[in-house]
Ligand binder design. Structure first.
Ligand code: SF4
Ligand code: SF4
Length: 280
């Protein structure tokens, strides 16, 4: 812990320790107004003082305007080349800056932006006070985000194509099964027809046609039995109820004969009415 404090020193603390508690151990000056995590060139102000110490925390600097006066406003690049001379990786920061600002990330990769170790030397020497490292970080994060999106799209496309392939394969397998079943059924029918033809039994080829005569015969037998039963019942009824023409006296028999004779004569005289008039 260093910077705007009375007792700068090293501390061995647990990960998760709040930074403001750590800063209190070093006795900060009253004008301390923030904490920088990292070095004076690469470090950045933490958003609030009670954030925890993490694995990447190597240095805390107590911030004050006296130690870190506000930066002068950024000016346009004059292509002086100072940044390129200061770069330990012999990159061309002003070119990478230009293409990062234009969001031409492909070009930044052509200028080997991922070889930049973000040391901050180029920003430090820049007479135009351009925060070059911030531009490079922005370009790198955008490239990573686009690569993640592209990978996700490629995976989705691959899954979709595999699904289509699987559906087509399942359809083909189903069609093949149906064709095999139909062929087996046709072969079975052909074998049965051949067997029936060989035996000379044409009814065997149509079981329903063979059953039809048997059903008709059964029906006729049932009707004949009903008719016979009705005849027997009628005879029994007639035997049980004697006619009123039985046991007549000779006079009655003669009167009945005369009546029958007149009826016969009347039937001969009057022509028989048509069937439809009878029904009326
Ligand atoms: S040092 Fe700054 S002004 Fe000079 S070329 Fe690099 S970015 Fe441009
Ligand atoms: S921050 Fe990157 S480009 Fe700038 S001097 Fe360091 S390595 Fe070179």
């Amino acid at each position: 812990v260093t910077g705007n404090v009375h007792e700068p020193r090293n501390y061995e603390v647990l990960i998760g320790t709040p930074m403001d508690e750590l800063l209190k151990l070093a006795t900060p000056h009253p004008d301390t107004d923030g904490i920088i995590m990292g070095g004076p060139m690469m470090g950045f102000l933490v958003p609030q003082p009670d954030v925890p110490v993490v694995k990447a925390t190597n240095c805390l600097i107590a911030h004050s305007d006296r130690l870190f006066p506000p930066k002068a406003p950024e000016m346009p690049c004059i292509r002086c080349g100072s940044c390129a001379q200061a770069c330990p990786h012999e990159l061309q920061p002003f070119e990478m800056y230009w293409f990062s600002r234009a969001k031409n990330f492909g070009k930044t990769q052509e200028y080997h932006i991922f070889d930049c170790i973000e040391c901050g030397c180029c920003s430090f020497v820049c007479p135009s006070r351009i925060p070059l490292v911030q531009y490079f970080r922005f370009a790198k994060s955008e490239i990573w985000a686009r690569e993640r999106e592209k990978n996700a799209a490629d995976q989705a496309k691959e899954r979709f194509e595999f699904k289509q392939l699987r559906e087509e394969r399942e359809k083909a397998e189903k069609a093949e099964k149906l064709a095999k079943a139909a062929a087996a059924q046709a072969a079975k029918k052909a074998a049965e027809a051949a067997a029936a033809a060989a035996a000379g039994d044409t009814a065997a080829t149509s079981p329903q046609a063979a059953d039809a005569p048997a059903i008709d015969a059964e029906k006729a037998a049932r009707q004949a039995a009903i008719q016979a039963a009705m005849e027997r019942a009628k005879a029994q009824r007639e035997a049980a109820q004697p006619k009123n023409t039985d046991n007549l006296t000779p006079d009655q028999q003669q009167a009945a004969a005369e009546i029958e004779a007149r009826r016969a004569a009347a039937r001969l005289a009057v022509p028989e009415a048509p069937a439809n008039e009878k029904s009326e």
